[in-house]
Design a protein around this ligand. Structure first.
Ligand code: NAD
Length: 439
């Protein structure tokens, strides 16, 4: 991929051309949506901006969401889609080219593997996995079947993150040894306590379909609609939010996976609603030569909801969703408080040195302006649209995009390392030989 400004202009021009193109039915890519929940509806909107994509089939465990999906397709395209009772019908349907997996996390591996085995290209929402070792199976299956796997952390397709990547690569930051990234919220909705549709009941919700291989539990609408709060289906903050942070950090820093992770997590506030922490802090050490500090709280959002700071010897880059700020380091040597304690004659000799005068006495330096930095804000297409455009390109070119099975495996593995460290109160290490968490 070309990260230059020209590259992005070309990419946008190509995107516009592809959107305006007349598409013959034979060029259509027929997609089945497995899971039609909140995220899937955002994805459907993005998918339908591309005339090449046709949403041919939909499947969900709650009838209300299937109905809304059919309405959305009809309102946007004036067409309908086949309603599937089970995702396996999409896998078995030879007319389906690609599946979008947007179900709770405990289902991802099974659905992705079944899709690949049936020769479908697969777009899977993040996190790719619910357990680290699942990633190995998916990476192997993608390789074996030659199908495309793209994972859904769309931030890395945004133009701001790609500009940030370019700036880091060009050395504008000098050597980056520290990355700070955070995801903070302070609402019930931010803490995943979503409203439950009033018509949800055993008549409209297929509980067994939701449970799949998860531990058997009796019908529970909170678990069904707020599944992120429960370890049976999710890894909580780590798999829901840190995965986005790690995907971006890996992409921008050309890093693969941390060698060591240490983390602490606590449930301070939303105790009645979950069995996962609402506050999480982690330190990830990368063999590429930097450390990342990740943190998240659901109890304060005074600092922006999601942000990254890349700290380099020559400059700092702050990356938020849709915005970018750069400011160079303006460092000044200053040994006054040390030299002040020396014998007077030695102090005078120290300051007589022209090198010291140049470096340590700013008032003697030639007057100059210091770069105060720059900032940018994104406008235009949402990153999800751009991300899907990459998926479309991969389907056509048969070349996977950066966020492929391997990138998805490693980003999700960070989350699993974080959770393991919290559970065991121990440092967790990566085994580069097995490409999995060290036993
Ligand atoms: N990339 C992003 O920014 C982003 C944002 C939100 C969610 N997500 C991811 O998207 C996925 C879905 O999250 P969501 O917020 O849409 O959750 P959701 O609960 O709103 O939707 C999940 C849907 O899956 C359905 N489902 C469950 N089991 C199923 C099965 N066996 N077959 C078919 N459908 C089934 C449920 O009925 C539900 O409608 C998760 O992996 C989540 O991490 C990504």
């Amino acid at each position: 991929m070309d990260f230059s400004r020209r590259g992005f202009l070309e990419m946008n021009a190509a995107l516009a051309a592809s959107m305006n193109a007349q598409v013959s039915p034979n060029d259509r890519i027929r997609v089945a949506f497995i899971g039609c929940g909140a995220r899937a509806h955002e994805l459907m909107a993005a998918v339908m901006t591309h005339p090449q994509f046709e949403i041919a089939a939909v499947c969900d465990a709650y009838q209300g969401r299937v109905a809304r999906a059919l309405d959305r397709i009809k309102d946007t395209r004036g067409s309908s889609a086949r309603v599937l009772r089970d995702y396996r019908e999409a896998v078995a349907d030879a007319s389906i080219d690609a599946i979008v997996v947007a179900t709770p996390d405990h289902w991802h591996k099974v659905m992705v593997l079944d899709g690949l085995k049936a020769k479908k290209d697969v777009y899977c929402e993040k996190p790719l996995t619910y357990r680290s070792a699942e990633g190995l199976e998916i990476v192997a299956a993608a390789k074996q079947t030659g199908r495309i796997v793209q994972v859904g952390s769309q931030g890395m397709s945004s133009i701001s993150q790609n500009r940030a990547k370019q700036m880091i690569k060009e050395g504008r930051l000098g050597k980056v040894t520290m990355v700070r990234a955070a995801y903070n919220r302070n609402t019930a909705s931010g803490a995943w306590i979503y409203p439950i549709p009033p018509d949800a009941s055993p008549a409209t919700v297929n509980w067994d379909m939701f449970l799949g291989g998860a531990p058997k539990k009796s019908f529970d609408l909170a678990r069904f609609f707020r599944w992120r709060c429960y370890q049976d289906y999710s890894g909580g903050i780590a798999t829901d939010l840190f995965v986005h942070l790690c995907t971006t950090i890996h992409y921008l820093m050309d890093a693969v996976v941390p060698s060591k992770v240490m983390a602490m997590g606590e449930l301070y506030r939303w105790k009645e609603s979950r069995d996962v922490p609402d506050t999480l802090n982690a330190i990830l050490e990368y063999p590429e030569g930097f450390t990342a500090n990740l943190s998240s709280t659901f109890n304060n959002q005074s600092s922006s909801e999601a942000s990254f700071t890349f700290l380099g010897t020559e400059g700092t880059l702050s990356v938020g969703w849709g915005e970018l700020k750069y400011w160079p380091e303006a460092v000044q040597e200053d040994n006054r408080w040390i030299v002040e304690s020396w014998p007077k004659a030695l102090q005078a000799r120290y300051y007589a040195d022209p090198k010291v005068q140049k470096e340590e006495v700013p008032s003697l330096a030639k007057a100059h302006l210091v770069d105060g930095g720059s900032s940018w804000r994104e406008q235009g297409q949402d990153p999800t649209i751009i991300h899907f455009w990459h998926f479309l390109n991969s389907i056509r070119s048969r070349k996977p995009y950066w966020e492929d099975a391997s990138a998805g495996h490693h980003a999700a593995a960070c989350a699993h390392m974080v959770n393991q460290s919290v559970r065991q109160s121990k440092l967790v290490q990566w085994d580069f030989a097995t490409d999995d968490i060290k036993a």
